[in-house]
Design a protein around this ligand. Structure first.
Ligand SMILES: NC(=O)c1ccc[n+]([C@@H]2O[C@H](COP(=O)([O-])OP(=O)(O)OC[C@H]3O[C@@H](n4cnc5c(N)ncnc54)[C@H](OP(=O)(O)O)[C@@H]3O)[C@@H](O)[C@H]2O)c1
Length: 287
């Protein structure tokens, strides 16, 4: 299948391009390919005629989104609407990514696909709007909510992913404070890319939660990174109130891959095993 990957050098995009090597992959890079320029996007996709388009582009600096709701909605919602319209018109399958942050965290137990979203911040509102556009406009879609990605193509928009940021802070000898009251499902971008590759060969279209198995707080995530690396930086658990971040975040946004399990998609590894694999791939720990 001819598959166009938008944001091909991003964190998830990098693993997708690698995983889909058996297919005819067309990597699309920002800013040459910008989802917020619908005429150019249309011309290119009309010419390419892909069987599927995977959109990893996002404006996801969550605190900045609070001050830039227009920019946030341009990338995360309006551009997604335009892609969905094109998908419907040109007949390609659209694979799009959303976030655990669409939930408010009050459930206190893993969220399944049928749980009602209730976003707490501008980023999450814009991502949820993007979800609605996909679901309303294009029948052949896979909408994938994920959480806490770590992948070898480090997240350029944020500078680096959480694991790499923890390692960098430890290497600088800094004492590190990490929130211990926000629960997440850290997720391997490599495994997510592999599951997306499996999924897009089915016709089980719709909404999926896809994350590594298990859950932890950001503090526990950091502690596991250092435990695997045999490092002992000064690491302090703190409440999210201490950081007073601009954007409100859910205190519990763990996702359950309920629908993936129902259709028999391969299980994800536990996040700790996936983290070990990630550190091995980076040659930071021996295999
Ligand atoms: N990272 C996480 O922990 C996380 C958690 C939950 C959900 N998600 C979702 O998962 C998806 C992938 O995340 P990621 O971590 O792989 O993000 P990422 O590393 O920032 O990758 C996004 C890619 O899209 C490109 N891009 C940015 N703006 C664009 C535009 N206007 N047009 C075309 N391309 C554009 C980026 O290019 P530049 O690098 O040059 O800007 C980058 O290549 C996103 O939808 C995100 O909302 C991520």
């Amino acid at each position: 299948m001819k598959i166009a990957v938008i944001g091909a050098d991003g964190q998830l995009g990098t693993d997708l391009v690698k995983t889909l090597a058996r297919d005819e992959v067309v990597p699309l890079y920002y800013p040459e390919f910008d989802v917020t320029r619908p005429e150019k996007v249309r011309l290119l996709l009309q010419e390419l005629r892909p069987g599927a388009v995977i959109n990893t582009a996002a404006f996801h600096r969550v605190d900045e989104c609070e001050d830039q709701p227009e920019a946030s909605s341009r990338v995360n919602a309006v551009a997604v609407r335009d892609l969905a319209r094109l998908a419907s018109e040109l007949g390609f399958i659209l694979i799009h990514f959303s976030t655990d942050y669409v939930f408010d965290g009050r459930k206190g137990a893993p969220y399944v696909e049928s749980d009602a979203p209730n976003p707490l911040n501008v980023y999450a509102v814009s991502k949820l709007a993007g979800e609605f556009f996909v679901r309303a406009i294009v029948e052949k879609h896979f909408l994938v909510r994920t959480c806490g990605l770590f992948g070898l193509g480090s997240c350029r928009e944020k500078g680096y992913n959480f694991v790499d940021r923890m390692i960098a802070l430890a290497d600088e000898g800094k004492s590190i404070r990490v929130v211990d009251d926000q629960w997440v499902s850290p997720t391997s971008a490599e495994e997510l890319a592999a599951r997306v590759s499996d999924l897009l060969r089915t016709d089980h279209y719709g909404l999926y939660h896809l994350t590594s198995e298990g859950q932890c707080t950001w503090f526990e995530f950091a502690a596991e990174v250092f435990s695997l690396l045999g490092k002992s930086p000064r690491l302090e658990p703190v409440s999210s109130r201490v950081f007073a971040a601009k954007a409100r975040r859910p205190l519990y946004s763990v996702l359950e891959n309920q629908r993936a399990k129902k259709i028999g998609l391969r299980d994800f590894s536990d996040w700790k095993n996936a983290l070990r694999t990630y550190l091995e791939r980076k040659s930071l720990i021996p295999k």
